[in-house]
Write a protein that binds this ligand. Structure first.
Ligand code: ARG
Length: 464
């Protein structure tokens, strides 16, 4: 018996030799799954309480297990706990320590349970916590962008397509575009959280258990909406991790787009925004430099988050039901992606809260590139009842004339304009100014300050 135990204390029964060192190295997950210690202990305490309530273990054993687990938790939290690679993972490390603390009663904890439903439960609890953190982080970030929008409701800036000046928009409108993107990110986490909130605990190895357990009780104790309905599915499902990663990937994609704009906008060529010193770095050789490193790193983080998603999709692809050890490779991907996402949300919030838009360069750029040419074409349609295609043509000719003379549209004289379209009157000059241009875009969701104020009011009410 003692020989067999040295093979492995948990399953030594059928083994005559311990694992090869390389086997131990490839098999062990304790190096990273210790991150789930609190969830493991929470799940075990709920399981033990249920075993007592269902008359499967005694009150005394249940109490010893419950208290012993709290001791283990405090040892882990205070850094006193010695994790052992030989014990493979967090589940066996905790149980082994519990055995040392309370003796044979610890051996009853694993009744009607397997590491398969245990790890699924722990990991779900961990991922659920990260979904909540992402929802909170996104809410904060949205508030920061709404604040920026409010400060520049009618601050004119160029709107771009193809990164070429297209039409004037407002700073407020651009900031609120980000809010919409982040709102969709947030709703993806909210949806995923609802869908994943079923408890795998009690599915046991794969087939359920012959013990008279109460899965509803553990589900409720752990904050799940219900026990999962099929034990095979319960232990082999990692959709919750995939949904976390896919939601994180889309969110990180958005963050990288925002970050890229900050990099461009803060450059000396644009000067649209000033990024605070708190979120910039200098150069070790060029004394004049102020680099937007945080924005660049935010632009890059999506690489590892997307990588995690592809890694886990690939790990799960083709796995037969139910549990396979392949699934142990799920955790590092999610841990790394979650750390990257939370850090990104916090860094972007800080940067955006500090950032200052520069009204002058924004306005100058908005006035460049014949940005009100569409307003001119629209005026020809409205005032002269011209078909839009003809108006487009006339406007094109006027733009060419201005370009040849090196001036802006509003700098062309009325005579010049009339040489191309005789019916043009000096009322046209009203639509050529950028303020009038943005004020006129009153269609729902448009850039007019009246529309942007409505968007801001709606989000301020929703984000309280
Ligand atoms: N460390 C394992 C994992 O993360 C726990 C489950 C092990 N189950 C098993 N049947 N070997 O997946």
């Amino acid at each position: 018996m003692s020989d067999k135990k040295s093979a492995n204390a948990m399953w030594g029964g059928r083994f005559s030799a311990g694992p090869d060192a390389i086997m131990e190295a490839i098999n062990a997950s304790i190096g990273y799954d210790q991150k789930m210690a609190a969830q493991d202990i929470e799940g075990s305490r709920a399981h033990a309480a249920m075993l007592v309530a269902c008359g499967i273990i005694s009150d005394n054993d249940g109490a010893a297990i419950g208290e012993g687990l709290l001791t283990v938790l405090s040892e882990i939290e205070s850094g006193k706990f010695e994790f052992s690679t030989a014990l493979e993972d967090i589940h066996m490390n905790v149980e082994s320590r519990l055995t040392k603390l309370i003796g044979p009663a610890a051996g009853r904890l694993h009744t009607a349970r397997s590491r398969n439903d245990q790890v699924a439960t722990d990991f779900k609890l961990w991922v659920r916590g990260q979904m909540d953190a992402a929802i909170e982080g996104l809410t904060e970030l949205m508030k920061v962008f709404v604040g920026q929008a409010e400060a520049g409701i009618d601050m004119v800036m160029p709107g771009f397509t193809h990164l070429q000046v297209a039409q004037p928009v407002t700073w407020g409108h651009h900031m609120m575009a980000y809010v919409e993107m982040l709102a969709r990110d947030r709703s993806r986490f909210v949806d995923a959280r609802k869908r994943m909130n079923e408890s795998p605990l009690g599915a046991a190895a794969l087939a359920g258990t012959s013990f008279p357990i109460d899965r509803h009780m553990t589900a409720e104790a752990l904050g799940f909406d219900a026990p999962s309905a099929n034990s095979l599915d319960a232990v082999s499902d990692r959709d919750f991790a995939l949904e976390f990663l896919s939601s994180a990937s889309i969110c990180a994609t958005h963050i990288s787009r925002m970050a890229e704009e900050l990099v461009i906008w803060s450059s000396a060529q644009f000067r649209f925004v000033t990024i605070s010193d708190r979120f910039s770095t200098g150069s070790s050789i060029m004394p004049q430099k102020k680099n937007p490193d945080a924005a660049e790193l935010l632009r890059a983080k999506v690489g590892r988050i997307n990588g995690s998603l592809i890694a886990l999709l690939t790990i799960m692809k083709g796995l037969p039901l139910a549990y396979s050890k392949d699934m142990q490779e799920d955790k590092e991907q999610v841990f790394d992606a979650a750390d990257s996402l939370m850090l990104s949300l916090a860094a972007l919030s800080g940067m955006v809260a500090d950032m200052r838009p520069n009204p002058e360069p924004l306005r100058t750029a908005a006035e460049s590139g014949f940005s009100t040419a569409t307003d001119l074409a629209d005026w020809l349609v409205r005032a002269l009842n011209m078909p839009f295609r003809d108006a487009h043509h006339v406007t094109g000719a006027l733009v060419k004339m201005a370009e040849d003379r090196g001036c802006d549209l509003h700098e062309l004289s009325l005579e010049d304009m009339q040489s191309i379209e005789a019916q043009i009157t000096d009322a046209v000059y009203e639509v050529l100014g950028v303020d009038n241009s943005v004020a006129s875009r009153i269609s729902y969701g448009g850039t007019a300050p009246s529309q942007v104020s409505a968007q801001i009011a709606r989000w301020k009410a929703a984000l309280i």
